[in-house]
Design a protein around this ligand. Sequence first.
Ligand SMILES: [Zn+2]
Length: 89
Amino acid sequence: MLIVTCGEHEIDGAVAMSAAACAGLRVKRLAPMSEQLVAALEARPTVVLACREGSAAVAATRVPCRVFGDHPGMAWRRMLELTHAGGAA
Ligand SMILES: [Zn+2]
């Protein structure tokens, strides 16, 4: 799992890291402007979670991946949270 969050969404990234650790997933976290982003995406993570800025950065790389983020054409990452909250919105 790859998490791409900016400083403004630090808490979202920390929650995602914590959830991934609890689930026993191998997880890496990068900032949207990280020079390692393309290489991390090309390593084919199972899933990418990204904030708005992270989503834009991931989309800009044009590396195909399964991403949940806040960007046109992407599954909305908050949908996952709603799913795990038992559908209560
Ligand atoms: Zn952000």
